[in-house]
Design a protein around this ligand. Sequence first.
Ligand code: SF4
Length: 358
Amino acid sequence: MLEIRNLRKYFPIKGGIFQRKAINFVKAVDNVSFSVKKGETLALVGESGCGKTTLGRTILRLIEPTSGSIFFNTPSEILREIDALTEKVRRNSATKDEVERLNKLNLTYNIALRDEKGLKNLRKEMQIVFQDPLSSLDPRMTIRETLSEPLKIHEHLRKEEIEDRVLELLKSVGLKEEHMHRYPHEFSGGQRQRICILRAISLKPKFMVLDEPTSALDVSVQAQILNLLKRLQREFNLTYLFITHDLSVVRFMSTRVAVMYLGKIVEMAPTEELFNNPLHPCTRSLLEAVPIPEPTTRRKKLIIEGDVPSPVNPPSGCRFHTRCPYATEACSKEEPPLIEVSPEHLVACPLADKLKKS
Ligand code: SF4
């Protein structure tokens, strides 16, 4: 459903006399590639500030990408053709017609190159649920107005039809007709997040970015929201990109997990495989930081020391080498690519196999 190729998002740091010149860049997302399959939930995990939210928002073009490609629902034969032509262009062996064909395909299918009009159609299909429900709802709009707005813009329905759809949506998550005329501050955190989810699904999207949708909620409400998201996924055949730093919900929600560190994906695997057999030291430290609900049980922890380096000047070679207990001299020289160590299990560390045995 979604193919991300070499996506980058650099934020400029302005300097100079008029603060107009970019003197450096914060490399929030740096050369990230992955795919999301139809109907699955891909969890994106990592420490705070590793670029998860920026990646989610860049995919939806809420933030403009610096470079790279985003393909959504693109037929596989078109993707293969784009890959073949891109490779030819890279090797300087493409003819003029082939270059033209590649440009045409990119303009048609690559979301990163779409104009405003092209993006409007896409908004129906790709939606987002933000972390803080209160700040993502307009405090001056009633819930009826909030839920009607996307229907007015995209579906061009009559007033009575919109009213019926809003009521139907509210009832589907246990809210009542009287709630339609209330403002966001009159709801609890869990109800507000349910309204945000309704706003996202009101246009029957195919793909949703869930940006830490439960981290601002109480534990009991978190469970309700996660169950609601699972139910909606089954009913509407939705595909999720689930961004979180809470590994305890990852196992419940996701089919596959991608681990990010300082703007890069360092490990990617099916959920059970990642939890049972984490290979990258960064993943292992994240998993071992999750508390065990058994006070007498002790486990050997992989201690990661030091702070996360600045994304303005990330370390050379493997970005994790400044904190990795297994780092060798070679780690600071060459950036390890993501390699497949077993079916669907990708790791960006040449020592992964050795670590597996240890
Ligand atoms: Fe650690 Fe080196 Fe592997 Fe990076 S490449 S995770 S520094 S062992």
